[in-house]
Ligand binder design. Structure first.
Ligand SMILES: Cc1cc2nc3c(=O)[nH]c(=O)nc-3n(C[C@H](O)[C@H](O)[C@H](O)COP(=O)(O)OP(=O)(O)OC[C@H]3O[C@@H](n4cnc5c(N)ncnc54)[C@H](O)[C@@H]3O)c2cc1C
Length: 663
């Protein structure tokens, strides 16, 4: 076996079959559907991903539109189900206008529109006649939704009630709207509802923006593309702007599942102020699982490549070829980056999955008017979003760096994954704005517990009950030997201590007279601590519920690595400062963590990444299952297309020799 096949060699002696783990990560039927849709798409060169890295922004936008059109056609010709259609969009591996149409426009229309409204729009959407986007953010306001200026004013036109929708000044023009730049002919516009000179706050309105037949802007509408984005990310998404002047829409274009307009032109408020909020959490609720899968691609690529890549430690063989070099995966400095990343990926995907299931259950209750579970889902989704987006962005870059120079090639895949995931820290709520909502919720719970020690708590805040125990503040970690750190109760107690301590510190600052603004940075630290505790608890409980056996043993190892990594890398200073652990316990924590990571074998790293079930077409060249990295890179640079480019470059260079350079 040649040295470059250490990946294949390692795979031959895995401790267990990865396909025993795969079903725990994917929902039933997902992989079969993925393969089936891929077979269909691979027949059309339009879907060939290898061209993407070579396109300009404008070319990416056009390719994205061609793909959207082709997918809509295939949806009909192949009789795709909704799941097939969503899978086909996801396989493009890029956020695109059509993704926003599905995930933001259709999803919100369905959940916020009344049944009658959905019955009206559904056939138009399904026939591909109506394409849409979700238009909330304005040029001068995003985070502050209550401060949006776009307005919809109710007026009577003859016998009919209508809305006049307008963006009164440049600052209130809608901006950043995914899918609006080129694709959408309708926008779901967040606008202040004005009735009889009174503002009723932001509501959603369907506003036609382009003609369904000729796709030209409708009267009163100024619409277009906001241009290229940072790091080349979102190059396939046509983020757009929208100015509205005296645009008139029928009264039933206001989404009215919850609030609405009476036949007399009065305002009918939602029964519960939070009702409309529940379905709006949908996009955020799906983020942990989604970003977990992006990180999975990065980790799989890095583990595979680091088994193939060798540096140092060899000697020149008789044929002048280096032999016996060290596989870079065997350097502790590589392993100590990749093993915790593998554990984090499992933690993110499994927590994300469990959380999304909880979200769906809450939504079903909400549709029946039961709002009890909303607070828990809201706080948890917000905290998780902040934590997982930051960790996945950082994790992808860590994985890229583990791959050395080739990690920076577009053929590795990291660049595109990273550039597309970076803004997840900003959209769906900025990661320094959202934590303030979590903090307010935790402070409210704290105050309620001070008043009444048996105040009912939700699962994710149950740990706050500790503060009602007078002895708790002086309690110390009971860990004596390093191996005690492997006990779940000691790990979770330490994470709980950290979160409560941060909350009490923040509350003390406010009590001492600091204004809210002065603690907004602390809110972020607290939100992360709360989320890290949530993830470690959820990951542990998912794995504990598995039947005893090799799969459970392997995943328990990952749970311990992830939890101890969280303790070592983000909690130690807080725990030492609080006096919860002493320096000896801190040292033993690091010691047991190091032993765990050192003990993970190459086989386990391949097992963990193969279990994700990726096919080669989902990854870049460095992530090839057969480890054929060098041959793959060579093929990429020697293709006919690159040859044509080289010829063009030669001609450009020579043509400038006469002193008249041409553009
Ligand atoms: C790739 C991408 C796609 C998008 N797609 C859409 C879309 O389809 N539809 C749509 O409607 N919008 C979309 N957006 C807009 C996005 O939702 C907003 O940009 C996001 O919510 C952040 O709001 P902002 O731009 O107003 O940031 P700002 O709130 O202006 O943030 C600027 C800075 O101020 C800080 N800050 C703001 N308020 C506070 C506060 N109260 N306390 C402390 N710090 C504060 C922030 O932390 C940040 O550092 C998209 C954005 C991006 C980047």
């Amino acid at each position: 076996m040649s040295e470059s096949n250490l990946l294949v060699q390692t795979r031959a002696s895995l401790p267990l079959d990865p396909t025993l783990i795969t079903p725990l990560l994917h929902r039933p039927g997902v992989l079969d559907r993925r393969a089936r849709i891929h077979t269909t798409l691979s027949k059309d060169p339009l879907f060939n991903k290898s061209v993407k890295a070579h396109l300009s922004y404008h070319q990416s936008q056009l390719r994205s539109l061609r793909i959207a059109r082709a997918l809509l056609n295939l949806k009909t010709s192949e009789k795709w189900s909704e799941e097939d259609w969503i899978e086909a969009i996801r396989q493009q591996d890029d956020p695109m206008g059509i993704s926003l149409h599905q995930d933001a426009f259709v999803a919100v229309l369905k959940s916020q529109g009344s049944d009658a409204q959905w019955a009206h729009w559904k056939p138009l959407v399904e026939a591909g006649k109506v394409t849409g986007c979700y238009a909330q953010t304005e040029l001068a306001h995003g985070s502050n939704v209550a401060g949006l200026e776009t307005r919809a004013t109710l007026f009577k036109d003859g016998k009919e009630w209508k809305f006049r929708v307008e963006t009164p000044r440049t600052e209130s023009v809608k901006w950043w709207i995914g899918g609006l730049g080129h694709l959408a002919n309708h926008a779901l516009v967040q606008a202040q509802l004005w009735i009889d000179g009174e503002c009723k706050g932001p509501h959603l309105f369907v506003v036609p923006v382009r003609d369904i037949e000729n796709h030209r802007p409708l009267p009163g509408v100024v619409v277009g593309n906001i241009g290229p984005k940072a790091y080349g990310g979102f190059s396939a998404t046509d983020n757009g702007y929208l100015g509205l002047k005296d645009v008139t829409i029928p009264v039933d274009f206001m989404l009215s599942r919850y609030a609405g307009i009476t036949p007399e032109g009065g305002y009918k408020a939602a029964k519960h102020s939070k009702l409309s909020y529940g379905s709006m959490v949908a996009l955020r609720a799906g983020i942990p699982e989604a970003v977990g899968w992006v990180l999975a691609k990065g980790v799989t690529t890095a583990v595979r490549y680091c088994l193939v890549r060798r540096q140092f430690g060899g000697s020149m063989g008789p044929q002048g070829v280096l032999e016996g070099e060290t596989a870079v995966v065997d350097y502790a400095s590589v392993k100590f980056r990749l093993v915790p990343l593998l554990a984090r990926t499992y933690a993110t995907i499994l927590t994300g999955r469990a959380f999304f299931d909880a979200y769906k259950a809450m939504l079903a209750d909400l549709m029946k008017g039961e709002t009890g579970g909303l607070g828990e889902i809201h706080t948890a989704s917000t905290a998780l979003k902040v934590c997982v987006t930051e960790d996945c962005v950082a994790g992808l870059e860590e994985a890229r760096r583990a791959c050395g120079g080739h990690g920076f090639s577009a053929h590795a895949g990291f660049g595109q994954w990273w550039a597309n995931i970076v803004p997840s820290q900003t959209y769906e709520g900025d990661n320094y704005v959202l934590p303030q909502q979590i903090t307010r919720h935790l402070l409210k719970t704290l105050a309620a517990l001070h008043k009444n020690a048996s105040h009912p708590l939700t699962p994710s805040t149950a740990y706050l009950r500790n503060i009602t125990n007078r002895l708790w503040s002086s309690q110390r970690s009971p860990v004596i030997t390093p191996s005690s750190w492997l006990k779940p109760e000691h790990q979770l107690a330490a994470l709980q201590k950290r979160s409560v301590t941060l909350l009490l510190n923040l509350a003390a600052k406010l009590k001492a007279g600091k204004p809210w603004n002065a603690v907004t940075y602390d809110c972020h630290t607290l939100a992360r601590a709360h989320a890290e505790l949530y993830i470690c608890t959820s990951f542990r409980s998912t794995v504990s519920a598995l039947p005893d056996g090799q799969v459970k043993d392997f995943l328990t190892k990952l749970v311990n690595i992830h939890t101890l990594h969280t303790l070592v890398h983000s909690s130690l200073s807080d725990l030492l400062e609080a006096g919860y652990i002493n320096p000896t316990q801190s040292r033993s924590l690091k010691e047991v963590y190091e032993k765990l990571v050192e003990g993970v074998t190459r086989e386990e790293m391949v097992l963990g990444t193969d279990a994700f079930g990726f096919q080669d077409w989902e990854l870049g060249v460095l992530g090839r299952e057969d480890g054929g990295v060098y041959g793959g890179l060579w093929e990429e640079v020697r293709s006919e297309e690159r040859g044509r480019e080289a010829e063009e470059a030669r001609q450009v260079w020579l043509s400038g020799r006469d002193g008249k350079a041409k553009l």
